[in-house]
Design a protein around this ligand. Structure first.
Ligand code: ADP
Ligand code: MG
Length: 892
């Protein structure tokens, strides 16, 4: 390949576009505000908690796809009025796609990257949905159009490849055979740079063919090797279009690679949450995406003249493959997609910052052209001579002579040779072509089947991967499960799927489903144990999380809208069966508290992940069980106000009875690490090993995502209201200690005793009629914790203990009772005296309106006790805790 001299030193900056999508259902339900505004190519984002904090960025293009659109009769999203500000798929293509197309026709490499958080519209922009075709299909349409228009002066070949990078492994999405363990290899050659060895390149002749290949690729992606629900938030999808043009007159070939990249969700590359997880260090959740960020930063530094020693292309698979797109020989465009909603502020801001850095990168794109293989030219010249000779012989009437026959043979041979040379660089061309033909046949077959039989349709968390797998239920009995070899069976993969999981029966145009003993089958949110007749649009969950929509016979399908049965719908239905309804309230008020709604969506997001974690734990014999809980569901603060609710995961080790409480972020991080362990482990097992036969997986503690050092656990709390103290009346109470979700965890006997400065209880004569009498005077009282009764925590396992913590008024640190172990009714006998030397109004208000929150903590074997830190606490010489330190001045 030779670079055109004139191009040698032209620099192209990476072009960056941003696009804001409409609100999605969750955001609308939560009453979200739009925090993004656009003026021409400048975009502003506002901090929802601080209206003065507004940041602006300027890009090459900015697209408003948030509002001002309607759906026309073909389902296309178009501007409400002609010339409106709404940017539809076409206008995005006009700006970004046309340029890429022209570049590649000129022989430049071109790259288009979509970056943004999951659900922000990357796939919508790149691939599109239904009639709203994205950049890739539009580009292909126009590419083949251009090829047809220029047929006279050039010969073109287009090759299509589609691959996925998941966990640093490359999966060929157009290859249907069994996949190579560890994925395809990425190799490096001096001339070519990095490339994927053995990647399928399918020759394409028209846009329809490309569309069908994409459909096939998406399907492979959905049913990929991983047992988890396929999800693009962790994997990158790459489409490579290779365009080879042969200009016979000028005797040159031009070759251009177009990389079209739908990146993994950007949210994961930032550390999940603020708390530290001991297993987070050193584990890159998505090495490729992190490295891409590092490469972009380094290149941005180079562009502003900073000295950069090393650009870490080699650190990840993605950056290796994109090396020429980033700071190399390519014209590159990035489209950064944004959610408009206030709740996505942090993510959107980080996307904008990322995009801003990418804008600075400079590439040096050159036309990839080379003289056509000399041989081809010579052969062609020779053929021209032969043709002349032949036509002369024809004129002389010697058409049938031996000589003429020989010439014709030579001519054909040459033709063949030319063709062979031209396709030599594609070794697997024929194979790929055959493969494609088979695929094409199966697609046609599938279209026919859809009109003949009922089927189940996969529903995926990622809209782009939803509805691509159709499993047909023909007449008779059909087993469904892992069984791929038995004749009348439908083979599926997934966590918790049994060899033979359930049986479909299709008889007299009615379809029933019967679970096989011991397998998990859920229909419309309810667990099913016996034969059930299926109705059109029933929701099926098989195993931990294989979700399908049942589609009846064509005559039953009617005009109903299927699109509402998305992944969220399945999970909400499941949550409802568990008694969790927060989504759409049917109480008349359809305004659910947004913070509750956020918890609900977290809940349904984590629900399937918890099911998968449990299945992995079982298969790896980890003996650990995961359960979703809502923290503070039933608890309140010292004034009785609701506490911030949050989704947490309770982790219990069956053997040791150890319990951990993991935050959402920690669980997500851990689940990813579990998947790694699981897949690694699976790869080592012979195929078809049954779950019961799997050996126990032992990991060193410091690498085990299923384990943590134990810590004290908050079991619940009780409120001891203080009002009586304002009247100097003693109080003795049996308090119910309530767990996070409202269950009774224990009974606590507690007292409040007004007393003298040296601890003698006050008598009836000291009772006040008017609490304001204590203002400015000394007040002493004792808090007594006598005994805890019926502690569930200890009843469950006797090797446990408890402690109680409490905070009074302005004590900065909580105080703790000593630990008591092994006793269901632990005697505490704990007495603490507090004093206020000059009682203030604010203390009086506190007494009249608040409670001491007594927190019950569970201790487990191996965990350290909690101690009161007395550094910041003031005490009298007699050891009485002084509260109300600010004194009466506060009252003023
Ligand atoms: P991502 O690929 O970034 O995870 P998707 O492209 O799948 O996100 O978009 C998530 C959802 O939002 C999809 O249902 C999609 O139809 C919708 N969506 C995204 N961008 C737009 C847009 N510009 N206009 C209309 N709908 C959009
Ligand atoms: Mg996507």
């Amino acid at each position: 390949m030779r670079a055109k001299a004139s191009d040698m030193h032209t620099k192209d900056c990476v072009k960056v576009a941003v696009r804001v999508r409409p609100f999605n259902k969750r955001e609308r339900d939560a009453g979200s505000r739009c925090i993004i505004s656009l003026v021409s190519t400048s975009i502003s984002i506002q901090d929802p908690r601080d209206c003065h904090n507004r940041r602006s960025f300027c890009f090459d293009y900015a697209y408003w796809s948030h509002s001002g659109f309607t759906r026309d009769h073909t389902g296309l999203f178009v501007p409400e009025e002609p010339g409106g500000r709404y940017a539809d798929q076409d206008s995005v293509f006009q700006d970004l796609g046309v340029g890429i197309l022209e570049n590649s026709l000129q022989g430049y490499n071109a790259t288009l990257l979509a970056y943004g958080q999951t659900g922000s519209g990357k796939s919508y922009s790149m691939v599109g949905y239904g009639p709203n075709k994205g950049l890739v299909p539009k580009l292909c349409d126009r590419l083949f159009e251009a090829i047809r228009e220029n047929q006279e002066n050039r010969q073109c070949q287009v090759f299509f490849s589609m691959l996925e990078i998941y966990n640093e492994q490359v999966v060929d999405l157009l290859f249907r055979g069994s996949r190579t363990a560890g994925g395809l290899r990425v190799r490096e050659e001096l001339q070519r740079g990095f490339y994927v060895e053995g990647l399928r390149k399918i020759p394409c002749e028209n846009a329809l063919q490309v569309e069908q290949l994409m459909e096939q690729g998406t399907r492979t992606r959905t049913t990929a090797a991983t047992q988890m629900n396929a999800n693009s938030s962790r994997s990158h999808m790459l489409i490579i279009l290779q365009l080879k043009q042969i200009f016979s007159k000028e005797s040159i070939t031009k070759q251009s690679n177009i990389n079209l990249v739908d990146l993994a969700g950007s949210e994961r590359q930032r550390s999940s949450g603020s708390e530290a997880d001991r297993l987070k260090e050193g584990t890159a959740i998505n090495l490729s995406l992190t490295t891409l960020g590092n490469v972009i930063s380094a290149l941005a530094d180079v562009a502003v003249g900073k000295k950069v020693v090393h650009i870490p292309y080699r650190d990840s698979v993605l950056t290796k493959l994109l090396q020429s797109a980033l700071g190399g020989n390519s014209r590159t465009v990035m489209i950064a997609t944004l959610s408009p909603a206030d709740i996505c502020y942090e993510e959107s801001l980080s996307t904008l910052r990322y995009a801003e850095r990418a804008k600075r990168i400079q590439n040096r794109a050159v036309v990839n052209e080379s003289p056509t293989e000399r041989l081809v030219k010579e052969l062609k010249a020779e053929n021209a001579r032969l043709m002349q000779k032949l036509s002369r012989m024809d004129q002389e009437g010697r058409r049938a002579s031996d000589e003429s026959k020989e010439l014709r043979q030579l001519l054909t041979q040459n033709e063949l040779q030319i063709r062979a040379i031209q396709t030599l660089w594609e070794q697997n061309l024929q194979e790929a072509l055959k493969d494609w033909e088979q695929q094409y046949a199966s697609i046609t077959q599938e279209r026919r089947m859809m009109q003949m039989y009922p089927y189940i349709l996969n529903i995926n968390e990622d809209a782009q991967l939803s509805g691509v797998v159709k499993l047909f239920i023909q007449e008779g009995d059909w087993g469904i499960g892992l069984c791929d070899s038995s004749p009348r069976s439908i083979s599926i993969k997934g966590l918790g799927i049994q060899e033979r999981h359930a049986v479909f029966r299709n008889e007299q145009r009615r379809v029933t489903l019967t679970p096989v003993m011991g397998s998990k089958v859920i229909v419309n949110g309810n667990t099913v144990y016996e034969t059930i007749e299926l109705q059109h649009l029933d929701r099926l969950i098989l195993g931990s999380n294989c979700t399908y929509l049942f589609i009846g016979y064509p005559s039953e399908r009617g005009g109903k809208d299927w699109s509402r049965y998305d992944y969220d719908y399945f999970q909400s239905e499941l949550a409802a069966a568990e008694g969790i309804h927060l989504g759409e309230s049917n109480t008349g008020s359809n305004q659910t508290d947004p913070s509750l709604l956020a918890v609900f969506y977290d809940y349904i997001k984590l629900m399937p992940m918890v099911a998968e974690a449990n299945q992995m734990s079982q298969e790896l014999s980890k003996g650990v069980e995961f359960k979703l809980e809502i923290k503070n569901l039933a608890l309140s603060d010292s004034r009785g106000h609701d506490l911030q609710k949050d989704v947490v995961v309770r982790v219990t080790s069956a053997g040791s009875k150890q319990v951990w409480m993991w935050s959402k972020a920690k669980f997500i991080n851990r689940k990813f690490l579990m998947e790694e362990v699981y897949q690694h482990f699976k790869a080592e097992q012979p195929e078809n090993t049954r779950v019961e036969e799997l050996p126990c997986v032992v990991l060193p503690r410091d690498k085990d995502p299923f384990w943590d050092p134990v810590e004290p656990l908050l079991l619940g709390s009780a409120h001891l209201w203080l009002q009586s103290l304002a009247f100097r009346i003693p109080l003795e109470e049996q308090l119910e200690v309530l767990g996070s979700e409202g269950t009774e965890e224990a009974i606590l006997q507690a007292q409040l005793v007004p007393c003298t400065s040296n601890g003698l209880p006050l008598g009836e004569d000291d009772i006040l009629i008017d609490p304001s009498e204590i203002l400015g005077r000394r007040l002493d009282f004792q808090l007594v914790l006598d005994q805890c009764c019926g502690v569930c925590w200890i009843r469950e396992a006797h090797n446990r203990g408890i402690q109680i913590s409490f905070r009074v008024f302005d004590c900065s640190e909580p105080l703790y009772t000593p630990a008591v172990w092994h006793n269901i009714n632990p005697l505490l006998d704990h007495r603490v005296q507090f004093t206020s030397l000059q009682t203030s109004q604010s203390l009086l208000d506190y007494l009249q309106s608040s409670a001491v929150v007594l927190e019950l903590w569970g201790l487990q074997e191996g965990c350290t006790h909690m101690n009161s830190s007395l550094e910041a606490v003031r005490m009298t010489a007699e050891g009485v805790f002084i509260i109300d330190m600010s004194g009466p001045s506060q009252a003023a």
